[in-house]
Design a binder for this molecule. Sequence first.
Ligand code: GLC
Length: 791
Amino acid sequence: MKRLHFTFLFLFCHLLQAQHLNESLGSLKEFKKTDSGVRIEASNAVLEATVYSSSIIRIRISKEESKDFSYAMIASPSTTKFDLKEVQDRIELITDSVRLSIQKTPLRIRFFNKQGQILNEDDPAFGTSWIGNEVTTYKRLQKGERFIGLGEKTGNLDRRGRAYVNWNNDYYGYPLNGDPLYQSTPFYIGIHNQRTYGLFLDNTYRTTFNFGASNDRFSSFAAEDGEMNYYLIGNSNIPEIIKSYTQLTGRTEMPPLWSLGFQQCRYSYYPYYKVMAMARNFRERKIPADVIYFDIHYMDAYKVFSWDTTRFPDPLKMLKELKDLGFHVVVIIDPGIKVEEKYAAYMSGLKDKYFVRYPDDSVYTAEVWPSWSHFPDFTSPKVREWWGAQFKSYVDQGVDGFWNDMNEPASWGNKPPELIEFDFEGNKSTHKRAHNVYGMQMTRATAEGTKKLMGGRRPFILTRAGYSGIQRYSSVWTGDNVASDEHMLLGTRLVNSMGISGIPFTGTDIGGFAGEPSPELYQRWMSIGAFTPFFRVHSMIGSKDREPWSFGEDVEANVKAILERRYQLLPYLYSCFFESSQSGIPINRSLAIHYTHDPFIYLPEYQNEFLFGPSILVAPVPSTQRYSKIYLPEGTWYRWGSDEMCKGKSEIITSSTLDSLPVFMKGGAIIPIQSTLQYTDQKTTDTLYVHIYNGKTKTSFTYYEDDGKTYDYQSGKFLKAELTFDGKQKTFTWEKKEGTMASKFKTIQLVCHGFDQFTQVKVQDKAPKLSISGKVKTLTIPLTDRITTKW
Ligand code: GLC
């Protein structure tokens, strides 16, 4: 008997131990062709490979049947044609662009491109395997393989050698290598041997990516629980990969134009008269600005959907006065609803069981700004609907911007219990699965609700937390950064990395949230901010003033000039947003997007450089440097301002004074700009200035205009024109392509840079008015549907 006991105990311990050792997927037992791929029964799990397009294949591996559900995805499998063949020891699934080769014993996966070259392959021994519930896929590290993307992640542009966790995290003053931050975007791009691929792991549990950290054998991605569910994107260049990824997870709609203007924020502006004084200051000093923020002190005891009526006795009147001055207002919204009898949002949320609960059905309570609070379950459609409707009074008062904060969700202690329960669109789940999408679903509720309330106008939505697909609902900022040069440069990488990862509308707290910037740092950061889609100054409670005039007259004059240039660039920026809304390509483009295989761009000293739109290169450099070494990739480049011409593929030393950030226009660039404005609702002059920088090839730019306010563009009320410059033929054409709207401009001036022999010019076969100032030649032409210019 004793012996039996012992054997039993031995077996039990062995079993327990085995559970914690690596368990393999096993080998293929049988397979079946499906409508869009193949389903394979393996010894320990089921693997489904599904074709989403000729370059996108989904791999889904699970031990048990479960409902297929995703918050990230908007695409379905396509009807793309593919072949499925059994070839000796493997099965091959072949589309026009990729080949998926599945080895039977043990079950392992390899992806090839059209040329038959390896893109991505399982580690031959580990493939996909489990340790307990945690599932990991191990991929062989390819020679020289680089990894970029993964959204808002610190560290180098090339992530090789590091590992990262996705677990949305409230991280005040995060260190330069801090991880995880606020957003989870489990999507990266691998680059090796002149090839590229994208990989999106759609699993909302805590996930871990290892890009060859602490090993020289594999990269891997792991999910604490749930399925191994990833999409391999096999396009041959990065813009196409981003296009495919955003075909899966969606793109950003056209934002309201005013949200591309300058935004002034602090924690917090109050009371009423101080806000008004600041607003007037902007106008009196003629410093362009569009937005003023109300951080948590605008609320009564931090209760969302309220106003502190001592600080702001008449919000309606204040908003009207701000509007008359050309300002839009953004209010902060936190998910925590104060536990307080008679507080309407609390009472109705409690009555209808809209708050997250424990398994014993009691309401979950945690402490955050309003003290003890409940948290709406945004993973329930009913709750999102309810939340959205709460914005009515703000919208009625004239608020049109909504800032979703603390939505990781954050609470004091920063450790929400794992067992609290969420609806998860009817797939009841614990916090482990819901955490990473909580912020995204809150933001979605805010976006959908305010859109409904705003009578056809576009709201501006901002969020701190998010998951893949957040770009469909919102812009994103990089949370509580620090006033230092290193953080300013890190911020450019965070913005660039989010751009690679499908999130184009992003920015940092300019000046640094925590700490105090020097006047130099403030100026430098403003000049970089002017080339960032979301352009906002923000600072911590108790910090010194951060308005453009707060650092003395010289700084004010410089910052004013920076802001004026930003407002001039709006036609270009808005057109870039249009391009992004169509293809997912970001506004701020890490050089890795277009110069992927140039090793220089990954060097630590150059990795922060980016293109703002297709053709403006920005080199963010520390505020302490008056000369900087920068790298110009392939092409010809013109220094913005001086028009000094520089050859690409070269490291240069260039001046970087505080009033002149190193910014270069690419040879062939077509850059439409306008006269400066005080705010975006102001009427511009009649002239659109189209700057052309001489180049040898044919380039084009899609110019886009709409009313900047409503959704009328979705029913054709816009103007889209194709601007083409041909350096060889020496022609420029403007050709209206689509849309029913007439341009707000009546005339265009072609401002030609770097054209030395520029003598006879013809516009529509006639000689136009030509003015020459130094090396810059300007042609003035009435704006019609088609303009052809030859010289
Ligand atoms: C959080 C936000 C910050 C905001 C503060 C007060 O720390 O990240 O931007 O100012 O809360 O609301």
